[in-house]
Write a protein that binds this ligand. Structure first.
Ligand code: DC
Length: 224
C-alpha cells in the first residue's frame, strides 16, 4: 500500500499529546493530520458566539443548521474553519474547552461531525480523537491508543499552556485533565474507550520522538 492511502487512528485521553504526535507521524509518512477535537471545538465556538445551549434540543437544531466545519493541513499545521473563517487561534480557551465537552455529549452533534471526519480521512490521514478507532473509522489500517498517567498528562498540559503564554498553575491543569477525563469517559454517547484491535502505547515515560518512532514502527509492521 502506498503511504498516501494509509489511515491511522490515534485515540486517547486529553492531554496525552495526540495532536503533536499525529502531526509528527503525518509528516514522517507524507500524510495529512486531522484533529477531531478541533472540530468539536469549532462547533463549541459557534454555540458560544450564538448563545446556544447544547442541552436544549431547539438550540442544537439551530446551531447545526447552515453550519460548515472544515479542516485543512497546511505546511504541517492543522487549520480549522468555521463557516469559512479560520478560527484555529480561538479554539484553545477554557470557555471553548468546556463548551466542547458539552457539545461532544450531544448525539446530533456527533452525527453531524461523523461525515465531516470521514471525508477528511479520505485518501489517507492520521486522525486523532476519542472515538476514531471505535466509531468514526472502524476500518482504519492502524489503530493506536495513546495513554499516560494523569499526573504526566497534567504536566504536559501545564507546559503547553505556559509555552503559549497562558497563566495557569499545575493544580489548575491537573483539575482540568481530571474533569475532562470524567466527562469524556462517563457520557453515554461515544464515551472514550479503547478499540479491541487498537495497540496500546503508554507514553508516561517516553519522549515525543520515542512515541512517534514506536508508531512508525507499528505502521511499517502492519502495513507492508
Ligand atoms: O482533544 P480536545 O481536547 O481538543 O477535544 C475537545 C473535546 O471534544 C473534548 O471534550 C473531547 C471531545 N472529543 C470527542 O468527544 N470526540 C472526538 N473524536 C474528539 C474530541
Amino acid at each position: 500500500m502506498e503511504s498516501k492511502d494509509i489511515v491511522i487512528a490515534i485515540d486517547g485521553p486529553s492531554g496525552v499529546g495526540k495532536t503533536t504526535v499525529a502531526r509528527m507521524v503525518a509528516d514522517r509518512l507524507g500524510l495529512k493530520a486531522v484533529s477531531t477535537g478541533a472540530l468539536y471545538r469549532a462547533v463549541a465556538l459557534h454555540f458560544l458566539r450564538r448563545g446556544l445551549s447544547p442541552e436544549n434540543p431547539e438550540d442544537v437544531k439551530k446551531g447545526l443548521k447552515d453550519l460548515n466545519v472544515h479542516q485543512e493541513y497546511i505546511n504541517g499545521e492543522i487549520r480549522t474553519f468555521l463557516n469559512g473563517e479560520d478560527v484555529t487561534d480561538s479554539l484553545d480557551t477554557v470557555e471553548v474547552s468546556d463548551m466542547a465537552s458539552r457539545v461532544a455529549a450531544v448525539k446530533d452533534v456527533r452525527e453531524f461531525l461523523l461525515d465531516v471526519q470521514r471525508r477528511l480521512a479520505e485518501g489517507g490521514a492520521v486522525v486523532e480523537g476519542r472515538d476514531i478507532g471505535t466509531v468514526v473509522l472502524p476500518d482504519a489500517d492502524v489503530k493506536i491508543f495513546l495513554d499516560a498517567s494523569t499526573g504526566e498528562r497534567a504536566r504536559r498540559r501545564y507546559e503547553q499552556l505556559r509555552a503559549e503564554g497562558v497563566n495557569v498553575s499545575y493544580e489548575q491543569a491537573l483539575e482540568d485533565v481530571k474533569s475532562r477525563d470524567i466527562r469524556d469517559s462517563s457520557r453515554t454517547v461515544a464515551p472514550l474507550r479503547r478499540a479491541e484491535d487498537a495497540i496500546y502505547v503508554d507514553t508516561t515515560h517516553l519522549t515525543v520522538e520515542e512515541v512517534v518512532n514506536r508508531i512508525i514502527k507499528i505502521v511499517r509492521e502492519l502495513v507492508p
